[in-house]
Design a protein around this ligand. Structure first.
Ligand SMILES: CC(C)(COP(=O)(O)OP(=O)(O)OC[C@H]1O[C@@H](n2cnc3c(N)ncnc32)[C@H](O)[C@@H]1OP(=O)(O)O)[C@@H](O)C(=O)NCCC(=O)NCCS
Length: 407
């Protein structure tokens, strides 16, 4: 029987959800989970599915968010999620057909970017995604880390009551979180998922808010604690940091000073921190901050190259670089883009580009987290070293890109 690809209809969402769960090794949603959060999050996601008769055998979708790009502008982004094909139907081109539908959907919606987190790093380059940002998993030992240098003083902390979380956090996140390229807006329905344990009290999970001296909220940290009965020194506390956003570096550091002051906890763990984390350098003993691993975080695809390149800023260095881009899936992007300190413009009249790349290379370099030097080393770029060096100088951006929200 042939496979039909189509936009998923609302009465098909649950069957699509069951397919995604099976592919991603998760239990299907219970009636309660579906009614509480599942249905609403599917309602807001453009979704495409593959059907073998009345069986949903594959699915892709994207949440509609915005991503901060270097310079601070936020660009519309299809945040790709719920990608899965049933084991019975793999390697027959179903994911490929669905991803092509999704990229076309992003184009129709005028989204300049798409981004995703990959279950396997080998899947998405073929659709134009490049590795644009990494994260590190860390341990922090508070007794040695404190005092945290540079932490704001004079403010105060309060722990939100569970019934305050959904009213305080969306607005606070929107005011304080957008300090880095790669950070995304969070759709309203995500909060119930991200803060579930703090809201329903099923774990020792807390949200603590920092307020400045005038009582204005300017940062928050979301964390969990538990007893570590197996610790070699005897029972002690351990903690996991899930979110820590401050309006300024000093506020962000004050959140970590607060964590260091929590009694009983002798080790904090965070699975996702920026690779240039200021917290590491702010520890009194920098070795109290241990990097356990570094992994790929966000994969980005430029859907509208002209808009995306024009939306970010470039470093104030002399010279321009003409970049020729090839995009087999979206050939409207094929062309030459001239990038200088004042911005980027499409210039198809320029015939002798300084640097040639495919869409994967450009997408990897876009947020400033992957250097052109690195991309060129993989063979994706044709350019002389001087053009690569100039492109790197122009695209350089600090702080490093980091998203910090799993979707
Ligand atoms: C990853 C997944 C969606 C691929 O689905 P699929 O229908 O088998 O993929 P396709 O047949 O369309 O393959 C398209 C291309 O991707 C390649 N590919 C597919 N899955 C791959 C994988 N896991 N690793 C490397 N390459 C992969 C195929 O070889 C094919 O390459 P080609 O175009 O060069 O011939 C599917 O294996 C799956 O559901 N995996 C478990 C859930 C998961 O990891 N989802 C992704 C969440 S981010």
């Amino acid at each position: 029987m042939s496979i039909e690809f189509r936009a998923t209809q609302p009465d098909e969402y649950r069957r699509a959800a069951e397919t995604v769960c099976a592919a991603l090794m998760a239990a299907p949603p219970t009636d309660e989970q579906w009614d509480e959060r599942g249905r609403a999050s599917w309602d807001e996601m453009p979704s495409y599915s593959a059907w073998d008769g009345d069986r949903c055998v594959g699915h892709v979708g994207h949440f509609l968010v915005e991503t901060v790009v270097p310079g601070g502008t936020r660009l519309g982004t299809g945040a790709v999620s719920r990608v899965g094909v049933l084991a019975t139907h793999r390697r027959r081109g179903i994911a490929k057909g669905l991803m092509h539908e999704l990229v076309a959907d992003a184009t129709r919606r005028g989204l300049p970017l798409m981004s995703l987190r990959a279950s396997e790093a080998t899947i998405y380059e073929r659709f134009g995604f490049g590795l644009a940002g990494e994260f590190s998993a860390i341990d922090l030992f508070p007794r040695r880390a404190a005092p945290i240098r540079g932490a704001a003083t004079g403010g105060s902390m309060r722990i939100l009551r569970p019934d305050e979380i959904l009213t305080v956090l969306p607005d606070l996140y929107d005011r304080v979180a957008f300090g880095r390229p790669g950070v995304i807006t969070r759709p309203a329905t995500w909060y119930a998922r991200l803060f579930k344990d703090a809201i329903d009290g099923s774990k020792a999970s807390f949200v603590a808010v920092h307020s400045d001296e005038d009582g204005v909220d300017d940062g928050f940290v979301h964390y969990e604690n538990a007893w570590d009965d197996d610790h070699p020194d005897g029972p002690t506390g351990k903690g996991e940091v899930l979110d820590a956003f401050g309006a300024t570096p000093a506020v962000e550091l004050a959140l970590w000073q607060y964590l260091c002051d929590v009694d009983l906890v002798t080790r904090w763990r965070a699975s996702e921190r920026p690779i240039d984390d200021i917290v590491r350098f702010a520890c009194s003993d920098v070795r109290a901050y241990r990097i356990r691993s570094v992994d790929d975080e966000q994969w980005v695809r430029l859907v509208d190259v002209e808009t995306a390149l024009a939306a970010r800023t470039y470093a104030p260095v002399a010279g321009e670089v003409a970049i020729s881009v090839r995009d087999p899936l979206l050939p409207d992007n094929d062309g030459v883009y001239v990038v200088g300190a004042d911005g980027a413009k499409r210039r198809d009249d320029v015939t002798d580009a300084d640097l040639e790349t495919d869409i994967v290379g450009l997408s990897a370099a876009y947020l400033g987290g992957t250097s052109w030097h690195t991309v060129a080393a993989t063979g994706r770029v044709v350019a002389d070293p001087a053009a690569v060096a100039l492109a790197d100088a122009l695209f350089r951006s600090t702080p490093a890109p980091f998203c910090g929200t799993f979707f």
